[in-house]
Design a protein around this ligand. Structure first.
Ligand code: APR
Ligand code: ZN
Ligand code: ZN
Length: 336
């Protein structure tokens, strides 16, 4: 591994609120590296290749892989034991004890082991210390706007949560031609950065006595075309849902919520034809899309450097988590 970003989902893993995680585990999932060696029968990559491990692996053979709409490869989701390779083994040990894998990737380490279908070769010329963000955060947000919501030109978008994911949503909305992008965050320190990503107005729910839903309805004269929840908090998911009483269309849920949490809402609010959608990894098929996203980055279609606010060596990983928890960073990239 060369570099890895620290994503909020890694913090969720530390908190133990992701479903079916097994400990001890090597977390981290937003990385880039160089192939050191390959196993028997591996033909798609070779030692020396620059690669991004895939949280959305692609076997290429299952019904989901063959369908252009999906990216949750059934081979990996249904058959692979949680936290282990497909053959049921782990490739990490510490003092003789088995360590589990995380999200098919495990990037907070100098060396990892991944399956051939959970890694993809990228252009050697990419800037390695920021292209790692394509491994999760950037692609997740950007694809939510482009693939899942299919934001249309001239639309009004609302983004709850202006972290790495929310700002990547803003990049996607902007490229799709949205004319108004409203950012919502309880941390006003995020607002300057958000504006640099094309967010046209920012608001802090704490600044108003009215519920944020009502504020947004008034501000947009009846509602936005698309609303993205990029926090992973049930309360803000509910707030976003309740905020769209008069909206024509609703796009929703990028954030990962805690295991066993439940979302509830009045079904009548769906009666006007609204759409509630979600996606994983922005709907991108890992193997097909990641090399293309890397090429788009190199062609300066978007700027990943702007998302990286801090850089640290692996030994200072806990400082990176502190920066995330305190809301002081957008993305910290670790050098491995
Ligand atoms: N209302 C508004 N904004 C909030 C609230 C709230 N109640 N709670 C948190 N936020 C803001 C934070 O201030 C922060 O700016 O949401 C933002 C979240 O950003 P990050 O912590 O950087 O998280 P990010 O990596 O962008 O991930 C967001 O997507 O993939 C998932 O697991 C990830 O659920 C997480 C979400
Ligand atoms: Zn598949
Ligand atoms: Zn992530």
């Amino acid at each position: 591994m060369l570099y890895t970003g620290i994503c909020r989902s890694d913090e969720h893993a530390v908190e133990g609120i992701l479903p079916e995680m097994k400990f001890p585990i090597i977390i981290g999932h937003e990385g880039v590296g160089i192939v050191e060696s390959i196993g028997e029968g591996v033909t798609g990559i070779k030692p020396g290749d620059r690669v991004i491990p895939l949280i959305a692996p692609q076997c290429g053979k299952c019904t989901v892989c063959k369908d252009p709409r999906g990216n949750r490869c059934l081979t990996f989701i249904l058959n692979r034991p949680k936290g282990l390779m497909s053959d049921g083994t782990s490739r990490f040990t510490c003092k003789g004890k088995q360590i589990y894998h995380f999200l098919f990737t495990s990037t907070f380490t100098e060396y990892t082991v991944v399956e051939e279908n959970a890694v993809t070769k990228i252009d050697d010329g990419a800037t390695m210390d920021s292209v790692c963000l394509i491994g999760c955060g950037f692609s997740t947000g950007y694809g939510s706007a482009l693939n899942t919501a299919k934001v249309h030109p001239g639309s009004t978008c609302v983004i709850f949560g202006l972290g790495g994911i929310g700002l990547a949503v803003a990049v996607g909305c902007k490229i799709a031609g949205a004319t108004r992008i409203i950012g919502v965050d309880i941390n006003a320190d995020k607002f300057d950065k958000a504006k640099a990503f094309g967010v046209s107005e920012c608001m802090n729910p704490k600044d108003s006595d009215k519920p944020i839903a009502q504020v947004l309805l008034e501000l947009t004269g009846g509602g936005a075309d698309y609303v993205f929840e990029c926090i992973g908090n049930i309360e803000t998911m509910t707030a976003a849902l309740n905020s769209v009483t008069l909206l024509m269309e609703l796009q929703f849920i990028v954030g990962v919520s805690a295991v066993q949490s439940k979302l509830s809402f009045d079904p009548l609010i769906m009666l006007s034809g609204r759409t509630l959608k979600s996606s994983y990894f922005g709907g991108w098929k890992g193997k097909d899309s990641v090399p293309m996203l890397v090429s788009d980055c190199m062609a300066k279609k978007f700027d990943l450097e702007k998302l990286v606010t801090h850089r640290l060596p692996l030994e200072k990983i806990n400082e990176g988590f502190d920066l995330l928890r305190s809301g002081k960073c957008i993305r910290t990239v670790l050098k491995l």
